[in-house]
Structure formats: structure tokens, C-alpha cells
Design a protein around this ligand. Structure first.
Ligand code: ADP
Ligand code: ZN
Ligand code: MG
Length: 470
């Protein structure tokens, strides 16, 4: 039986205002080509790079959150290669003194080692327009700050690799270090995979590049594992190489073999002196580090949230920020707020194809609605009916006041409704002794008659009393 051995190289776009070594905007997603450029990121002679301290701060925060050790000195190196999207003919990256080394991330109970995290600049983009017989280059992204993290070959299945990526994204978003969105190219992964008999040394690895979604990471690994299994079972050897991924054909294909690899001739960038981090700076970053998804999940479990709700909210940065803001406004209301958020709000967002940020719902708006229900001022059913309007930005209390939707808790009013329903449905009423479910049929009619406003448990008690069932 052959066992897969998998390691990932992940690039995260660091969320800063400016690029890594100049003052051009870092994020030019959707902009006209080449508008965010200057002599530094165009690599013009005589220009000098200046380190973006915010990018360093975020990379340090990320590395420390993964329990990496931060070396006393870090240094930028030049990684030399020639390609049209790299105007300097080298990339400023880090080599033997990265910003973080030897961390880990826990995925479903297994600790996956993170060999290193380093900071580097992004390249530009080649564009191949259908109207031209040549390629164009867009340097908006050239010089944008990246974290590259490299895992140990510690992952064992394609699904585990995908869970790992989900975990990395959740951490990066919780720390606000990166938007980590593969759709916008802000999180990209290359995968390395080999096969071995368990317990034996690692086999020859193949790297698969250009995977632009978590799903294609998983599919490419599955396909590559099948390809290597077939080779090894025929008694042949796997060639160490870099392969590409063809999404349409669900196939990997050879890009280059080990012999064709470039020799990058790394050397320390003479324009960028080494950086030293003292303990005070690292401690202040630790203090500023927001709660991580796993810590949030544990905190939510202590608030008695359902296991699934706790994980869902904790691992979604937008949702957990919203939830925390709401729970702050409603001490003791943590659990009902989670129920409403997960069951009702998310359901409504999905069916109306909105996301939380673009809906009109505020934490305060949701709290006002849930409070009305929890305090018994309106029934849960009325609350659910009002939700779409509250999500469009309306005030729940005002709606209840204007429409007179306050829950009916007055015994004599409900008794009158019970009487009406029982006397107009004598057949159902007389069947309740043999068929207890008939009570629900009558209760439904009582609730309907009250336009959903009768307090449900009170209506049930009064109905049972009227039918002689208590
Ligand atoms: P290289 O020197 O070829 O770049 P590295 O040791 O730097 O290799 O590792 C690059 C990536 O490949 C890492 O994510 C690592 O976990 C992974 N890797 C290394 N060896 C193997 C292997 N035998 N099988 C699968 N993945 C591997
Ligand atoms: Zn620039
Ligand atoms: Mg390497």
C-alpha cells in the first residue's frame, strides 16, 4: 500500500496600503493596467527600495501566530531570474534568514509543521489578449507584498491539504493579515507530492503549480497521486519535475524537469540592510494579535453554542466579527443570537444571494429583534417574518409598534380564540383522545387566528385545558 506525502507552498497577499518597497497602492484588483507603478517597482536604474514596516508587522504577527520562531536577524535576498513580468530581472525575497521558522498549524487534531514564512515581492502579470499576436505585461501587482509559507511534507491526503488551506485562510483573515481570497489571486498554492510505503524514506516528489482554488488543489493532488501510483506499480520511477494543472481536462502536465530548474544565484540585497527585531517589538505584536479561530471556537463552546454553530461562526472572520459585536450588545443572549445568525440570517442571505456586509443588517439591528423575541414581546414566528425587513435596515421595535404585532399574552383573549377554533372544528376536537396529534392541528389554527401573535406555550396550555387533556 502506497502512502501520499504532501507539502504546500502558499502565497498570501499581505493586506497593506502600499507595496513592499515603494508607496504605490498594494491592491490594484480590477484597476487599469500599469497605473500603480513608479520607478522603484518598475526597476528603473537609480531607484531605491524602502521596507514597508506595516507588511513586516503583519508577517511577524502571522509567523508568531503559527508559533514560528523569529530569528534575531532577517535579510532580504535577490532571487535572480529573467522573465517579462519581473522588470528588475530579480525578485526581492528571503533565503536563509526568513522572518519565521519552525511553526505549526493544527488540523483536525494533527500538528502540521510550517518550515518557514518569508516575505517577498509579487511579480507582475502577463496578459494574452485574443486580439493581438503578442503578450502584454501589467505591472500593477509587481512589488506587492507577499508572505510565502512552506509546510513540512507532513500532509497525508488531498482532503487534509484542503482543510489545511481552509485553516490558513481563516487564520490570515482573523488576523487581518490578508484577505486570503483565491478568487482575487490573494491566496495561491503550489503543491508537492510523492508516494512511499509507510515507514520508508520519502519518494521522489513532483510539484504542481498554478492552482487557483482549494478545490483544484484537492483535484490536482488526487489526479497526481493516481498518476504516480500507476508509474510505481509498473516498477518505473517518478521523475522529479514541475507540472502544471489543466482544470478543464483534470490533468497535470510536465512544465520542466529538475535539470531545467533555474539557478537563482541568491545574494543579500545590498540596498536593504538586515533587520533586527527586539523582544519589546515582538511582545507588542503578540499583545496586539487578535483571537485566532480555534480560540474563538473554544470560547463559543463555553457560551453553550451548538458545536456546529461555534465552528461555523469562529472560522468565518466576517461572521465572527458580526457575532461578537452583537453578543457584546446583548449579554446573556449569545446562544439565541447564534441560532438566529446561523439558521435564519444565513438562510436568508443565501436565498437572496447577498452577503452579510452588503445586506443592511447591523449587529444592533439583529440584537433588537432577537431581544423582542427572547423577552416575549413578540413570538418567534413574528420575529422570523420581520427578519427580511430588519435585514434591509429597518428597526424591529418600530415595525412592531406600527403594526401592533406585540405578542398576545392575555389569557382571556387567547381563550376566546381557543373557543372559536374548538367549536368550529368539532370533529378534530372530538378525535384528540385517540389521536394526540390532533391538538397540534387545532393549535395551528389558534395561532393562525391570532395572526401568529399568541404566545405559543400559553395557547397550547389553554387549548389542552379546554379539551380536558390536562
Ligand atoms: P526544494 O528544495 O525542491 O524546493 P524543499 O525541501 O524546499 O524542496 O520543499 C519544498 C516543498 O516540497 C515543501 O512544501 C516540502 O514540504 C515539500 N516536499 C519536500 N520533499 C517532499 C517529498 N519527498 N514529498 C512531498 N513533498 C515534499
Ligand atoms: Zn511603485
Ligand atoms: Mg525550496
Amino acid at each position: 500500500m502506497l502512502e501520499p506525502v504532501i507539502g504546500l507552498e502558499i502565497h498570501l497577499a499581505i493586506k497593506t496600503r502600499s507595496k513592499m518597497f515603494c508607496s504605490c497602492a498594494a491592491d490594484s484588483f480590477g484597476e487599469e493596467p500599469n497605473v500603480n507603478t513608479c520607478p522603484v517597482c518598475l526597476g528603473l536604474p537609480g531607484s531605491l527600495p524602502v521596507v514597508n514596516q506595516d507588511a513586516i508587522e503583519k508577517a511577524l504577527m502571522f509567523s508568531l501566530a503559527l508559533q514560528c520562531s523569529v530569528p534575531e536577524l532577517t535579510q532580504f535576498h535577490r532571487k535572480n531570474y529573467y522573465y517579462p513580468d519581473a522588470p528588475k530581472n530579480y525578485q526581492i525575497s528571503q533565503f536563509d534568514q526568513p522572518i519565521g521558522e519552525g511553526g505549526f498549524i493544527e488540523v483536525a487534531g494533527r500538528c502540521i509543521g510550517v518550515a518557514r514564512c518569508h516575505v517577498e515581492e509579487d511579480a507582475g502579470r502577463l496578459v494574452h489578449p485574443s486580439y493581438a499576436d503578442h503578450s502584454l505585461v501589467d505591472l500593477n501587482r509587481a512589488g506587492a507584498p507577499l508572505i510565502e509559507m512552506v509546510t513540512e511534507p507532513a500532509l497525508r491526503t488531498p482532503e487534509e491539504a484542503r482543510s489545511f488551506l481552509n485553516q490558513v485562510r481563516a487564520i490570515a483573515q482573523a488576523l487581518d493579515v490578508s484577505d486570503a481570497s483565491p478568487e482575487e489571486g490573494k491566496m495561491r498554492a503550489d503543491v508537492n507530492v510523492s508516494l512511499r510505503r509507510p515507514g520508508e524514506p520519502y519518494g521522489t516528489k513532483v510539484e504542481v503549480k498554478n492552482l487557483n482554488s482549494f478545490k483544484s488543489v484537492q483535484s490536482a493532488l488526487e489526479v497526481e497521486i493516481r498518476r504516480q501510483t500507476a508509474i510505481l506499480e509498473e516498477g518505473r520511477h517518478v521523475t522529479q519535475e514541475t507540472r502544471g494543472w489543466n482544470e478543464g481536462g483534470q490533468k497535470t502536465y510536465s512544465l520542466r524537469t529538475k535539470e531545467e530548474e533555474a539557478d537563482y544565484r541568491y545574494f543579500p540585497d545590498p540596498d536593504l540592510p538586515p533587520m533586527r527585531f527586539n523582544a519589546v517589538r515582538l511582545d507588542s505584536i503578540r499583545t496586539k494579535t487578535p483571537e485566532l479561530p480555534e480560540q474563538k471556537r473554544e470560547r463559543y463552546l463555553k457560551l453553550n453554542l451548538k458545536v456546529a454553530d461555534a465552528a461555523l461562526i469562529a472560522y468565518d472572520a466576517t461572521l465572527s466579527r458580526f457575532y461578537d459585536a452583537a453578543a457584546d450588545l446583548f449579554p446573556g443572549g449569545g446562544q439565541p443570537l447564534a441560532n438566529w445568525l446561523v439558521s435564519e440570517v444565513l438562510g436568508h442571505l443565501k436565498s437572496s444571494r447577498l452577503d452579510l456586509a452588503s445586506s443592511g443588517l447591523t449587529p444592533g439591528g439583529l440584537v433588537a429583534l432577537v431581544r423582542l423575541v427572547e423577552e416575549g414581546a413578540i413570538s418567534g414566528r413574528v420575529g422570523k417574518e420581520l427578519l427580511p425587513e430588519v435585514m434591509a435596515g429597518k428597526d424591529a421595535e418600530a415595525l412592531v409598534r406600527e403594526r401592533g404585532l406585540t405578542q398576545i399574552t392575555d389569557t382571556s383573549t387567547i381563550e376566546r380564540l381557543v373557543d372559536e377554533v374548538v367549536s368550529s372544528h368539532p370533529a378534530i376536537a372530538s378525535s384528540v383522545r385517540d389521536n394526540p396529534k390532533a391538538v397540534n392541528a387545532l393549535l395551528g389554527r389558534v395561532m393562525q387566528a391570532s395572526r401568529g401573535q399568541a404566545k405559543p406555550d400559553l395557547a397550547r396550555t389553554l387549548l389542552q385545558r379546554r379539551l380536558g387533556l390536562d
